[in-house]
Every structure is written in structure tokens, then in C-alpha cells.
Design a protein around this ligand. Structure first.
Ligand SMILES: [Zn+2]
Length: 411
């Protein structure tokens, strides 16, 4: 099917830091309140020109009876400062392409983008960089967008611009790390908010079924199995906070608290609640890694020999972890990970010997290596980490390509 591009063909070069401008526009348009706002008033207050103000309204926000709803995207914009997480959630909102029921005809105005991700970008549980090349997109747009050639070109540049702002482009690797582990809960909340706002049922079964029916895992750049398993956990949280009614509920509670002047500030409760969500997301991601690690077929012998070679001491911190009985414990870490989508090889030139803590940090990309002359140096994303800048001595040959791959994947 071919779609009309509508206002997406407007030239919206949102230069600068990511989708900072969209973040600011949402705050302005909602005046910092978690209350629905009339479409027209939002447009007037957005600070954007008449035609450009249609972009956030028609492609990113949820419309309901000429009002813009409060949902997870609006909440994230108002509650938090701008971040890369917000940008990626906004791109997800764009791809989700459920922007309300203000008009049947325009209810899913960028269906082509949704179809692009599901048909071309996602393959085998991960996004393919090659799908975002100019020629690949032009090929897709050829019969999917109904417009003049120059309009199609504008759409293509706008669309690629979104990926650039989200730092998915340019991509140094054949596959793109969507980072969805870190915005998983918010993306599920958003998808469910919009499903319910559009009149969908809010029972557990139907919320979980849209993950499959709408192929949300593709929009997240994850595998189906992993997404279904995590959605199953997250749906409980969604009910616990009150579903899409959580914003109105909170406001009412806050008012009542003030009226009865009975202590506990609900803002703090909300922040605690969110902190817990974040921790849960971290835990789930760690669990996933552990499962992946266990599932992977390894040549234990090779790893054992290498660990012996380093006397079971961590190549990063030099610690040999005593575990009783005179034994010292270490782990063999793969630089380019085994299994999909990385498919790193199980050989010594792709291995490090690390303590469990640094193994986890290395797998998560908190610690990375980069080459300096003849040596490798540790880069740490953890503030004040004494390992940052440390030069590593290798007692075995490692393949620089794997180090580069790991470095770029976690960029
Ligand atoms: Zn260590």
C-alpha cells in the first residue's frame, strides 16, 4: 500500500542535541502540567511555526477529540531533563504510529515508517544498518509513499535525520544496538497507554497480545521471545501504577494530600516508584545477559587454559578472587559476544580473563578497550573509575577487530 506523507515532508531539521527541540516543545505546549491540552492551544504555545507545529502534534503525540493526551512520552518530557533515552522513546512513538483517534483517516499517518521497521530494518532480533542507507530507503519509498520525487527525497532525509538525532546513524557496525534494554518499560507503558486511549481493552491479555500483533519487538530492535518475557513482567507494574489513569490518579492524590495536609508528598512517591522501575530494568538486563551466557555453547577447555595462563587474575584490576579452599575464581569474557546478533567466535583472540564484576561491566559496555600504539587502554563510563585510562598488558594475542566491534557497539 502507498501512503501520503502529509506534513512529514516539511523540512524539519531539528539540529542540535538529539530531539531536544521536541522535548522542549512538549514541555511548553503542556505548560509543564500532566493535563490534556487542546490541539490548537498546544500549537499556539509550542513556539514552532504554524506548519512545523503539526510535526509533534501529528506524528509524536496522542490526539483524542481535538485534545492531546497525557501519556508516557509526555510524562517523560515533563518529568525529566532531555536525554538520549527520551529521543529513542520518541522515535519508538513515531514508529508505533498510534497518534490517536482524532480522525480515522489520519489515525496512523506514518504507517510507512512502521512498515519499514517491520519489513526492512528488523531482521533476526536486531536492526540492520544497511536498511537505512539512502538507496535502501529510496527503494522502499518507491511504491510505499505516494508523492512527487522531490517530496519523497524530503521524507527520506527527514526520516534519516531522526536516526541521526538518536545516534543510530552513522552506524559503524552492520547491526544497530537500539539500547531498548534501557527504555523498555517506558516503551511498553507508552504502547499500552495509546492502545487504551484509542479504545482498546485494558485487560492483561489484550495488553500483552499487542506486543505480538503489532510486532512491537521489531519496533524495539529486540527478539520476540525476550520482548514477550519482559512485557509479561512489566505489565504487572503497569497495573500497579494504575495504567493510563496513573496521571489523573496522581494529581487527585496530590490535591487530597495538600487539602488534608497529611504529610507524604506524592511527588516523592512517584520518584521512588520510578527509581524502582529503573532498578528493575537494570536487573532484567543483567538476567538476560546471564541467561545468554549460560545458553552459549563454549569450549570450556580453551577458556580454562587461558584463565590458567593469567593465574585467574583479572586483566583489568589484577585481583584474584579467593573463593575458599585455596581456590581462585575468574571468568573468561568474550570481547565480541557469542550468539546473535554478534556471532563472535569462541577463540582465545576474542577472550579476556576478568573478575565477575569487571566481566559484567565489560559485557554491559561500561568498560571498553581501545588501542593506543602497542597497548590497549581501558575506557570507563563510570565516573571517577580508577581503571579509566589504565594500560593493559596482554599475555596472549587478541584480535583488534573484536575490540573495535565491542567498542563501537557500546558507543
Ligand atoms: Zn577485575
Amino acid at each position: 500500500m502507498a501512503y501520503r506523507p502529509g506534513s512529514f515532508s516539511k523540512n524539519f531539521a531539528w539540529r542540535g542535541k538529539g530531539l531536544h527541540k521536541l522535548h522542549a516543545v512538549i514541555r511548553k505546549g503542556f505548560r509543564g502540567n500532566l493535563t490534556p491540552v487542546a490541539r490548537q492551544r498546544f500549537r499556539d504555545e509550542s513556539g514552532l511555526g504554524a506548519s512545523l507545529s503539526l510535526i509533534p502534534v501529528n506524528f509524536f503525540l496522542n490526539n483524542l477529540n481535538n485534545e492531546l493526551s497525557v501519556d508516557e512520552l509526555v510524562f517523560q518530557a515533563i518529568q525529566y531533563t532531555h536525554s538520549a533515552r527520551f529521543d529513542r522513546l520518541a522515535l519508538f512513538a513515531f514508529h508505533l504510529n498510534r497518534v490517536g483517534v482524532f480522525s480515522q483517516k489520519d489515525a496512523r499517518p506514518a504507517m510507512w515508517a512502521n512498515e519499514f521497521v517491520r519489513e526492512r530494518l528488523w531482521l533476526d532480533g536486531v536492526w540492520q544498518s544497511s536498511a537505512l542507507s539512502v538507496s535502501s530507503l529510496d527503494d522502499f519509498f518507491k511504491d510505499r509513499i505516494r508523492a512527487q520525487e522531490d517530496v519523497k527525497v524530503k521524507c527520506r532525509s527527514n526520516y534519516r535525520h531522526l536516526y541521526e538525532l538518536c545516534e543510530f546513524l552513522p552506524s559503524p557496525l552492520p547491526v544497530i544496538n537500539s539500547g531498548a534494554d534501557y527504555w523498555f518499560r517506558s516503551s511498553m507503558f507508552l504502547a499500552w497507554d495509546r492502545h487504551v486511549l484509542a479504545g482498546g481493552s485494558d485487560d492483561r491479555t489484550s495488553l500483552l497480545s499487542i506486543v505480538d500483533e503489532d510486532e512491537l519487538y521489531k519496533l524495539l530492535g529486540l527478539t520476540r521471545e525476550y520482548t514477550l518475557a519482559r512485557a509479561n513482567d512489566v505489565v504487572g507494574r503497569y497495573f500497579a501504577v494504575g495504567g493510563v489513569a496513573r496521571f489523573t490518579k496522581r494529581k487527585k492524590e496530590a490535591t487530597e494530600t495538600v487539602l488534608s495536609s497529611a504529610g507524604s508528598a506524592s511527588d516523592e512517591q512517584i520518584m521512588d516508584e520510578l527509581a524502582i522501575h529503573e532498578m528493575e530494568e537494570e536487573d532484567a538486563a543483567v538476567q538476560r545477559r546471564t541467561v545468554e551466557r549460560q545458553e552459549q555453547q563454549r569450549d570450556q577447555r580453551k577458556a580454562a587454559v587461558l584463565k590458567q595462563h593469567y593465574r585467574n587474575t583479572c586483566m583489568f584490576c589484577g585481583i584474584g578472587l579467593e573463593i575458599g579452599g585455596g581456590k581462585i575464581y575468574s571468568e573468561a569474557a568474550h570481547i565480541k559476544a557469542l550468539g546473535k546478533p554478534h556471532n563472535g567466535p569462541d577463540k582465545k583472540s576474542n577472550m579476556l580473563v576478568l573478575c565477575p564484576n569487571h566481566h559484567l561491566q565489560f559485557d554491559r559496555g561500561v568498560l571498553r578497550l581501545h588501542r593506543v600504539g602497542e597497548h590497549y587502554q581501558i575506557k570507563s563510563k563510570s565516573a571517577g573509575d580508577s581503571l579509566h585510562g589504565k594500560l593493559i598488558d596482554f599475555k596472549h594475542r587478541i584480535d583488534e577487530n573484536y575490540v573495535k566491534y565491542h567498542h563501537d557497539w557500546h558507543k
